[in-house]
Design a protein around this ligand. Structure first.
Ligand code: ACO
Length: 434
């Protein structure tokens, strides 16, 4: 339910002896805004907000988060309902189009995606050219950029048919690309997608099937994979999505914009955190530390260690996605018959953190990455593949946000200002005199 409309308070900025009235912008839910676009021209001042803690860069109808209450909704639908009832491709449609598809629309969309999963033999060369030790996110970014070269008919951001084609091509080819990155690193031959298999079935089979063997896993495997993709599908203006929008604001094509998002997502403070969580759990095990001892290291800040998978810029409460992942974790591990000592360490860390003043006072709770790695590991993915899996899930959100921006008449090229702190003008000193 949207919040009740109330007149926003008048806002004035006192600059010297002048009171400058500032326009306010109402949100249907969440924080209302103060429009600052006239600030520079009317006062000669710019706003300074490192890390955009207070800055809304756009208006958006796609995703709503209430970080204090732990609420996440895509197009108004609670994440809990989508995780329980929907599929990843249905959620992708929802994010991209704004409404849930009819059965016929979904069927056609799935068939169109299915048709385009194939990668030409020529394109597949990139997986042999990239060094085997390259991080999967580097190869993923390169492969997505390469798509801009392969599909020139889908590049024009102003042509809706081209954008729709690029959207389908990216959704369709991304699982194939991610599976090939894994197979190349494992030294296995690349497999082809099969028509008639679902999105996650195709992805899992292309990733894990061994020569001469059937790939068979319990239904809980596919359900968990689909659910994890849904949980990652969008998260409003996070670092990678803002990157996608910023690059796209220069009218760069969708492939270049999404590839830039892959770069942002690779960072350990963002999508790379799921890999960092597993590395942290393994570190605790391998150094024979108790969770309490590790926590002391984190709290002392001496070695710059953080409790990875904890804390969030927006959630100051339990991340609702983390709650769903945690529930799934036991079910998936049971179905796969996996016992994981790292899960026991994770549980104990969470328990210690949730009753520790350091974490309570800073409102640090588990985020989506805290338990996802344990599920991915049980499925057979190595930690270096966790962030590409995040990217696979986030793709519809990146594209929905990019498309919203391209169609927003108020959108402008992103070009922040700065507060200059460097030297004043000075004369060049010839090399011989320095
Ligand atoms: N472990 C220990 N201390 C932490 C943690 C953590 N995970 N996160 C924040 N803190 C502390 C900081 O040291 C700081 O303490 P101080 O007030 O004594 O200086 C305080 O909490 C505030 O932290 P900031 O870094 O200012 O918070 P910010 O909102 O900028 O950062 C972030 C959010 C990057 C997610 C941070 O919590 C973090 O580094 N978490 C670990 C990495 C992680 O899990 N990232 C995934 C995020 S979710 C996602 O991208 C899908």
């Amino acid at each position: 339910m949207a919040k009740t409309s109330q007149a926003l308070p008048e806002v004035r900025l006192q600059v010297g002896d002048k009171a400058l009235p500032l326009e306010t912008v109402a949100a249907t839910e969440g924080n209302d805004g103060i429009a600052l676009s006239g600030l520079l021209s009317q006062t000669g001042l710019v706003s300074l907000d490192p890390g955009f803690l207070n800055t809304a860069a756009c208006s958006s109808e796609i995703t709503f988060i209430d970080g204090d209450q732990g609420i996440l909704r895509y197009r108004g639908y609670p994440i809990e309902q989508l995780a329980q009832h929907s599929t990843f491709l249905e959620v992708a449609w929802l994010l991209l189009r704004g409404e849930l598809p009819t059965q016929e629309e979904l069927g056609k969309f799935e068939a169109r995606v299915d048709k385009h999963m194939y990668l030409s033999d020529d394109f597949r060369q990139i997986f042999s050219v990239m060094p085997r030790r390259a991080h999967p996110m580097a190869t993923l970014g390169a492969a997505i950029n390469m798509m801009a070269g392969y599909y020139p008919e889908s590049l024009d951001p102003k042509d809706p048919a081209a954008v729709q084609l690029a959207t389908v091509l990216l959704l369709a080819k991304m699982p194939t690309i991610v599976s090939y990155i894994y197979r190349r690193a494992a030294g296995n031959a690349l497999l082809y997608p099969k028509h008639g298999q679902s999105y996650v079935e195709n992805f899992a089979r292309m990733t894990f099937q061994l020569p001469g063997e059937k790939f068979e896993v319990p239904p809980a495997f596919y359900r968990a994979l689909d659910t994890l993709l849904i949980l990652h599908a969008d998260h409003e203006q996070n670092c990678s999505t803002s990157t996608v929008r910023l690059v796209g604001s220069a009218q760069a094509n969708i492939y270049m914009s999404v590839s830039a998002g892959v770069g942002a997502l690779s960072g350990p403070l963002h999508g790379g955190a799921n890999e960092a969580v597993l590395n942290m759990l393994a570190y605790i095990r391998d150094h024979d530390l108790s969770p309490k001892q590790f926590m002391e290291k984190v709290k002392s800040k001496a070695e710059g260690m953080r409790l990875m998978g904890f804390g969030h810029r927006v959630y100051k409460n339990y991340d609702p996605r983390a709650a769903i992942v945690k529930e799934q974790c036991d079910a998936v591990l049971d179905a796969l018959g996996v016992k994981d000592e790292l899960l026991a360490i994770a549980r104990e860390l969470e328990e210690v953190a949730l009753s520790d003043d350091y974490f309570i006072s800073r409102m640090l709770y588990p985020n989506v990455d805290f338990y996802t790695g344990i599920i991915y590991r049980a499925m057979g993915f190595p930690p270096s593949m966790f962030t590409p899996l995040f990217a696979l899930g986030r793709l519809p959100g990146w594209m929905a946000q990019w498309r919203e921006m391209v169609n927003d008449p108020a959108a402008k090229i992103g070009r922040p200002r700065q507060i200059y702190n460097g030297h004043g003008a000075r004369d060049y000193v010839p090399l011989a005199q320095r």
